[in-house]
Structure formats: structure tokens, C-alpha cells
Design a protein around this ligand. Structure first.
Ligand SMILES: CC(C)(COP(=O)(O)OP(=O)(O)OC[C@H]1O[C@@H](n2cnc3c(N)ncnc32)[C@H](O)[C@@H]1OP(=O)(O)O)[C@@H](O)C(=O)NCCC(=O)NCCS
Length: 167
């Protein structure tokens, strides 16, 4: 399967390459982001390089898709969005947006595009696990039609059922 590049009005969702490393490191080290996306504190540059390689392998194995969220006009990295277990009917999402690009509707636009793509693969339910207190992520999911269905391991579980949309 070739990597599924997606485009929206303002964004290009594409695979990672070495040009993204420094912006990805900066995002994963951001004190306002890493507590919500990492269990092990901020990663080092070599941790992130290994992570990019792992993510690429994981796509080849048919498990996870990690998209770079880039500005369409410049191809600049502004965040990432991942679909985990993308071949299953319940697909889980993880994501983060670089600080200076938040609150401009970019992640909502990216998730909407990925939702459309996952529907074509047969996804029926989307899920996201959000740390208690991560109001931005909870509000983003609510704005996309997700609802909070459970609380596990100190995280709120949000779900959106897609099947009714295509029925
Ligand atoms: C959560 C996160 C990805 C949101 O990305 P974003 O690009 O800023 O989100 P959007 O601009 O697309 O927001 C869409 C809607 O979500 C809601 N929203 C997003 N951030 C919000 C915030 N800080 N406070 C309140 N509502 C918020 C709003 O309804 C917003 O629409 P509006 O701006 O028209 O009011 C971003 O804040 C982030 O990267 N946070 C750190 C990492 C993280 O928490 N990742 C998720 C782990 S589960």
C-alpha cells in the first residue's frame, strides 16, 4: 500500500521525512504538549529520529499511519496526526499541533480529512484518549462530534460512530 497523502483547503497530510525532524522534536518537547502525548517526558533528538523510523515501519506493517500535517502552500510541518490500528473497525487517533499554529482550525481540518479517508477503509468508530485536564483536545473532539464514553487510566475516552453517516 502506498502512503495515503491527503489534501484539504489549506493542508497537505503526507508521510514524514528527515526535513520534519527538527519541527517534530520541537513539538514533542513543547511543555504544553508533551505531558498530553508522552508518558516518558520530553524525548531527545535521537529518541525522535528512532520514533520516525518506528512509525514508518509501523505503516509498512499495516498498523499505524503517521501523517505530517503540513501547510499546503509551503509544505512546512505544523503538526502530526496518527491513525492507530487503521485496518480495524475501531481506529484510534493521536495528534498535536505546533504552538504557533493552534486555534486556527488546522487540526479540525486535518481530522475531518482523515475521517473521510478512514471511512473508505471501513472504519466504523473513531476513538481518542485524552488526559483529564486537556481541555483543548476535549473541546476539539466535541467540536467534531465525538462524545466522552468512559474514563480509563486517567484518560477520558472519546468516540465517534461513523457507520450511521454512510447508512
Ligand atoms: C489539542 C490540539 C491538537 C488542538 O489543535 P488546534 O489546531 O489548535 O485545534 P483547532 O484550531 O482545529 O480547534 C478546533 C476547535 O476545537 C476547540 N478548541 C481547540 N483548542 C481549544 C482550546 N485551547 N480551548 C477551547 N477550545 C478549543 C474549539 O472549538 C475550536 O474551534 P474554534 O477555534 O472555532 O473555537 C492542540 O491544542 C495541541 O496540539 N495541544 C497539545 C497536544 C495535545 O494535547 N494533543 C492531543 C492529545 S489527546
Amino acid at each position: 500500500m502506498s502512503f495515503p497523502n491527503l489534501t484539504t483547503n489549506r493542508l497537505l497530510l503526507r508521510g514524514f521525512s528527515t526535513i520534519d525532524t527538527s519541527a517534530y522534536v520541537q513539538l514533542l518537547q513543547d511543555p504544553q504538549a508533551f505531558p498530553f502525548i508522552s508518558d516518558n517526558g520530553p524525548p531527545t533528538v535521537s529518541d525522535v529520529e528512532r520514533k520516525i523510523a518506528r512509525n514508518q515501519k509501523s505503516f509498512q506493517m499495516g498498523r499505524d499511519i503517521y501523517w505530517v500535517v503540513a501547510l499546503k502552500e509551503s509544505n512546512v510541518f505544523i503538526g502530526y496526526l496518527a491513525a492507530h490500528n487503521f485496518k480495524e473497525t475501531c481506529v484510534s487517533l493521536s495528534y498535536a499541533m505546533s504552538g504557533q499554529y493552534r486555534r486556527r482550525g488546522f487540526m479540525k481540518e486535518a481530522i475531518s480529512a482523515v475521517t473521510g479517508y478512514l471511512l473508505t477503509l471501513g472504519a466504523e468508530v473513531l476513538e481518542a484518549r485524552v488526559h483529564a485536564g486537556n481541555h483543548a483536545s476535549a473541546a476539539l473532539l466535541a467540536s467534531l462530534g465525538f462524545t466522552r464514553v468512559a474514563f480509563r487510566d486517567e484518560r477520558d475516552i472519546f468516540r465517534q460512530t461513523l457507520v450511521s453517516r454512510v447508512a
